[in-house]
Design a protein around this ligand. Structure first.
Ligand code: AMP
Length: 421
C-alpha cells in the first residue's frame, strides 16, 4: 500500500520553471527601477514579534483581527509571519537609527507575505510583494514620486486596463472629528448594517466604505466624506500631489471612498487596479503614514510607501509579461558509447566545470542515453552544440549544421564562446 501524498497547504503556490522565472523577471525590473531612483534594498525577517503588527497595523483591522499566522516559539514568545511590509521596515528603520542618515531615507523590499485569507484566484495565503518606503520628508513631491514608481513598474511590465485611484485621509486631528461624525451617521443607521461593520462603528468606522455588502455600499453613498472635511493644510498637500501627477501626465481619479484597509495612513492614499483581473483587481497600493514611526517608538518621522503583489502583476501582464528567454544550454556533453566509463565521466565533469567557469551554460548527459538518444534530447531542449566524448577523443557537433570535428577542450570552449559573441 502506498502512502498518501502530501499536498501544498491551501492558498500556497509552487513556482515551477517558467513561473519562477517570471517572478524573477519582475524582481529584476523592480530592482533596476528602484536603484535608478535611489532606493536601497532592505530584507527583514519573515517573522516578527506579534506586538509589532498589533501596534503598527492596528488592532481593529482585518489583518490583525483574523488574518495573521501567529505562533509561540519554543520559549513562549508570540511571533507572527509578516502579513505586510511597512511595519517591519519601520521597525528596522528605528532599530538601526536610520533617522540619522540624510533624509529622505529610501528603501525597497521584496519577499513572501502571509495572510490567512479565503484563497481564490489572485488571493493566496502566501504571496509575494515588492514595496518601497521613503522616510523623513513630508513634501508632496515624495507622494507623487511613490505613486509614479508604482505606475511606472506596472507600465514597464506592460499591464493594461490600469486605473489609479487617490484620496486623502487627512491628519489624525482632522480625522478624529470626522470619525465622530461618521460614527454618529453609522449609529443612526445601525439596523441596516451587518455585524462586522456595526462592531467597528467606534473602533474603525472608515472601514464601512470597504464593505462589499450592496446595502452598506448604498448607505455609504450618503455618508459624510473625509475629503470634504480636510484641514486647509491637508487640502493644500493633496492639491500639490495632484498638480504633480497632472504635470507628469499620470492618469488618476479622486475616489473619496478610498480608505485602504490599514489604520496607519495619513493624508495621501492610493490604489492601482487592473480591469484585466477579476474580483481581486488590486495590483498595488499605499499611502502616507506620518505618525507610524512615532507610534512604534521612533522619533517623529513623516513617511510614505506602497506595496504591489507579484502574483497580481503577473496575472494582469498575462502572456505579454513573458519574454521568450533563451534558457537552453549552449553546450550538451554526451558520450559516444552510451553509459560512460569512469575516465569519460571524469572528463565530462571537468569539461562541464570549465564551461561554467567560462560563462557557457552547459549540461552533462546523466541518464545513460545512447548517443543517438542524447542528440535527440539535445535537439529537443534547443542546444546548439554537443561535445561528444569517446575515450580520449573529443568531438564538437554543431546541431544546426550537423558538422562534426575533433578538437581539444580549450578550443571547443573558445569556439562556443566566440559564436555567442
Ligand atoms: P495591501 O498590503 O493589502 O495593500 O496589498 C498590497 C497588494 O498586495 C495588493 O494590491 C495585492 O496586489 C497584493 N496582495 C495583498 N493580499 C494578497 C493576497 N492574499 N494574495 C495575493 N496578493 C495579495
Amino acid at each position: 500500500m502506498s502512502a498518501t501524498a502530501i499536498r501544498a497547504p491551501r492558498g500556497t503556490l509552487d513556482l515551477l520553471g517558467p513561473a519562477a522565472a517570471a517572478h524573477e523577471r519582475v524582481r529584476a525590473r523592480a530592482a533596476a527601477l528602484f536603484a535608478s531612483a535611489g532606493y536601497e534594498q532592505i530584507e527583514t525577517p519573515a517573522f516578527e514579534a506579534t506586538e509589532l503588527f498589533v501596534r503598527g497595523v492596528g488592532q481593529a483591522t482585518d489583518i490583525v483581527e483574523k488574518e495573521m499566522y501567529t505562533f509561540e516559539d519554543g520559549s513562549g514568545r508570540s511571533l507572527t509571519l509578516r502579513p505586510e511590509g511597512t511595519a517591519p521596515v519601520c521597525r528596522a528603520y528605528i532599530e538601526h537609527g536610520m533617522h540619522k542618515r540624510p533624509a529622505p531615507v529610501k528603501l525597497w523590499y521584496w519577499g513572501p507575505f502571509f495572510r490567512y485569507e479565503r484563497a481564490q484566484s489572485g488571493r493566496y495565503r502566501q504571496f509575494f510583494q515588492v514595496g518601497a518606503e521613503a522616510f523623513g520628508s513630508a513634501d508632496p513631491g515624495l507622494d507623487a514620486e511613490l505613486i509614479a514608481l508604482l505606475v511606472t513598474l506596472a507600465q514597464e511590465l506592460d499591464l493594461r486596463g490600469l486605473k489609479l485611484r487617490i484620496a486623502s485621509l487627512g491628519t489624525s486631528e482632522s480625522r478624529a472629528a470626522y470619525r465622530q461624525e461618521l460614527s454618529a451617521f453609522l449609529r443612526a443607521h445601525q439596523e441596516e448594517l451587518p455585524p462586522e461593520v456595526r462592531a467597528r462603528i467606534d473602533t474603525n468606522p472608515l472601514r464601512a466604505f470597504d464593505a462589499k455588502d450592496s446595502r452598506v455600499a448604498a448607505l455609504m453613498e450618503r455618508a459624510p466624506l473625509l475629503l470634504d472635511r480636510l484641514s486647509a493644510q491637508d487640502a493644500e498637500h493633496f492639491a500639490a500631489v495632484r498638480e504633480l501627477l497632472d504635470g507628469a501626465g499620470i492618469d488618476y481619479v479622486v475616489d473619496p471612498r478610498l480608505v485602504r484597509g490599514l489604520d496607519y495612513y495619513t493624508r495621501t492614499v492610493f490604489e492601482l487596479s487592473s480591469s484585466e483581473l477579476g474580483a481581486q483587481s488590486g495590483v498595488g497600493g499605499g499611502g502616507r503614514y506620518d505618525r507610524l514611526i512615532e507610534q512604534l517608538g521612533g522619533p517623529p518621522t513623516p513617511a510614505i510607501g506602497f506595496a504591489a503583489g507579484i502574483e497580481r502583476l503577473l496575472l494582469a501582464a498575462g502572456e505579454r509579461g513573458a519574454s521568450a528567454e533563451d534558457r537552453a544550454p549552449a553546450l550538451y556533453i554526451a558520450f559516444a558509447g552510451g553509459p560512460p566509463r569512469s575516465d569519460e565521466r571524469l572528463r565530462a565533469f571537468a569539461l562541464w566545470r570549465e564551461a561554467l567557469a567560462a560563462g557557457i551554460a552547459a549540461q552533462v548527459e546523466l541518464c545513460g542515453r545512447t548517443l543517438k538518444r542524447a542528440l535527440a534530447h539535445a535537439d529537443r531542449i534547443g542546444v546548439r552544440h554537443v561535445a561528444i566524448i569517446e575515450g580520449e577523443e573529443l568531438v564538437l557537433r554543431d546541431m544546426r549544421t550537423r558538422a562534426q570535428r575533433a578538437c581539444a577542450a580549450a578550443e571547443l570552449l573558445y569556439a562556443i564562446a566566440q559564436e555567442r559573441g
